[in-house]
Design a protein around this ligand. Structure first.
Ligand code: GLP
Length: 243
């Protein structure tokens, strides 16, 4: 594991943006898996800046989102597709037919999971998966208890995850109960993983994920077994890590 500890969120965002840009410079056809959440917003900003400066080109890249809520329309302001339009898609030259996110209103959610997993496979697999970490250790929407072998699947959101989103959705009852998420197996197959963590509220779970036992109770702990993991954490999030 490569661990990069930055002074603050701004530096973390710049470092993460540069790592993604490097991946695209090295391989313009790279297949990326991309996260949502608060943490990657600064990384997307950094990437947009690099794009505007002509330093990075997305035209040949493929981007898969890690996950999407179920049962809300794609233009719902809290949908992950709305998030991605706002923070990345509308601002860089990603080709429309190479941007993928699970459908939020699929006729058959199970079939949508199979379609998504197959699309990832057909695109040659993920070169770089960028991940955040939930306070309960989830990666994408792989909640505690998810089996290691799961491909893209319908996930039941934990109470904790839904409570965290209650404010954004107005009230708890409006937060979706399910999502489609890349599975742990899908993520572990990525050739490289970049895990981002910021802020003191992530310090405890980051330490458990990276130095505690590998257990399905902390889904991110499986990343200890990934052969090419880079962790970028700001000082506040890295407080519990040795070195
Ligand atoms: C969300 C997403 C994850 C994300 C995590 C942490 O629910 N499904 O992909 O990494 O929670 O989010 P944040 O960066 O806002 O702390």
């Amino acid at each position: 594991m490569n661990l990069l500890i930055t002074a603050d969120y701004r530096e973390l965002s710049q470092a993460a943006g540069q790592l993604v840009a490097q991946a695209l410079l090295h391989d313009p056809d790279a297949v990326l898996a991309l996260p949502t959440g608060e943490t990657p917003k600064g990384m997307y900003e950094a990437l947009i800046r690099l794009y505007q400066e002509g330093l990075v080109d997305f035209s040949r890249a493929t981007a898969f989102n890690l996950d999407e809520y179920l049962d809300i329309p794609p233009d719902h302001p809290q949908s992950f597709s709305a998030y991605m339009r706002r923070y990345l898609w509308d601002h860089v030259n990603l080709a429309k037919d190479k941007v993928h996110i699970p459908a939020s209103l699929p006729e058959d959610p199970e079939a949508e999971c199979i379609r998504y997993e197959e699309l990832i496979r057909k695109s040659g697999g993920i070169n770089l998966a960028v991940l955040g970490i939930g306070e309960n250790g989830h990666i994408a929407f792989n909640e505690p208890g998810t089996l290691w072998e799961t491909p893209t699947h319908v996930a039941v959101l934990s109470q904790e995850t839904r409570e965290r989103e209650a404010q954004a959705f107005g009230r708890l009852e409006h937060v979706p109960t399910h999502a489609i998420t890349m599975g742990i197996k899908t993520i572990m197959r990525a050739r490289r993983v970049l895990l981002l963590a910021s802020g003191e509220e992530k310090a405890g779970i980051l330490a458990r994920a990276l130095s505690g036992p590998i257990t399905i109770d902390v889904p991110a702990s499986i990343l200890q077994l990934h052969p090419n993991l880079t962790v970028v954490a700001d000082r506040a999030a890295a407080r519990g890590l040795a070195g």
